[in-house]
Design a protein around this ligand. Structure first.
Ligand code: SF4
Length: 292
């Protein structure tokens, strides 16, 4: 397999066939992200991609899912994506799910008809990192999209029949915008009502713009209980229109929550409330176990 640089994938794709289709991220500007720093975004050679698919297909593992890496594979032409997905499915009849990352701009650049065509070819899932629903936070972190764009993008994916998984980032508003970030993020998740939503917690990585701001004192990390409070405010404000499986069980989080919303909202909030009320740090994940 030809894997170039850092390969990231969502936790739910741990048993997937990972095929690197692009190198890097088409945006590569988010202040908190160091994954692809210094890497120019490009589509890999189609023959190399197909050779990797053939190699992974022959390894004997009974793959049921495939994930197309790296950041923002959706930005490549639909015809190329369809060719890749068709090759995966031809070589692996057992693969039922094919997913990728897509950012807001790339989703908006594709017509719903193109997204439907991709769904018809076998694209079943799209991971969309929105980080926040607060406009000021999104500007500060240079996300490259505002809430109104994200809402339009989410609607297109869902209209096309593709399962939408969105991720948000607790703490990314800093201590200053903590409550507004949490409330607006809950509201936008409710408005978009993705099939899956997961909260990660920001970690300040050396080499990133966020780290520079942190050193200069321009970005102050919320403390552990402020972060748990963000989780509470977010869920309180998340009024979904369809079933949504919400999780905060990523390794970066202090408190893992799994809840099917809207049904398990009150149960999740009661648990978070009891942890906040206890003030007991022993109930939170120890710092040394946190990771991105
Ligand atoms: S967070 Fe995602 S969109 Fe932003 S730079 Fe990193 S990989 Fe690219």
């Amino acid at each position: 397999m030809e894997y170039i640089g850092n390969i990231i994938r969502p936790p739910s794709e741990s048993r997937s066939m990972i095929i690197q289709v692009t190198v890097g991220c088409s945006h590569n500007m988010c202040t908190f992200c160091g994954t692809y720093k210094g890497v120019d975004f490009r589509l890999k050679d189609i023959d190399v991609i197909k050779r990797d698919i053939d190699e992974a297909s022959g390894c004997g593992f009974p793959f049921e899912r495939a994930f197309l890496a790296d950041g923002d594979v959706l930005s490549i032409p639909a015809s190329v994506l369809i060719d890749i997905i068709s090759h995966i499915k031809k070589r692996n009849p057992g693969i039922q799910k094919v997913s990728l990352y897509g950012n807001t701009k790339s989703i908006l650049k594709k017509d719903v008809s193109e997204l439907k065509e991709l769904a018809g070819a076998g694209l079943t899932g799209l991971y969309h990192g929105i980080e926040s629903g607060n406009e000021e936070v999104l500007r500060r972190i240079k996300k490259g999209a505002l809430p109104r764009h994200m809402i339009r993008a989410a609607a297109k994916v869902i209209d096309a029949g593709i399962t939408l998984s969105q991720t948000v980032l607790l703490g990314i508003g800093g201590a200053e915008l903590s409550s507004r970030h949490a409330a607006d993020t809950g509201k936008i998740l409710g408005e978009m009502s993705p099939h899956f939503a997961s909260a990660l917690t920001v970690m300040v990585l050396p080499g990133t713009g966020l780290h520079e701001d942190f050193i200069k004192g321009k970005f102050v990390l919320p403390d552990k209980f402020q972060l748990i409070n963000e989780l509470k405010i977010l869920i309180e404000n998340m009024e979904v229109r369809r079933d949504c499986y919400f999780t905060s069980n990523h390794a970066s989080n202090y408190l893992p929550i799994k809840a099917r919303l809207p049904g398990e909202k009150e149960k999740a909030l009661a648990l978070i409330h009891s942890v906040i009320k206890s003030g007991n740090e022993g109930l939170l994940k120890p710092e040394y176990l946190r990771a991105l």
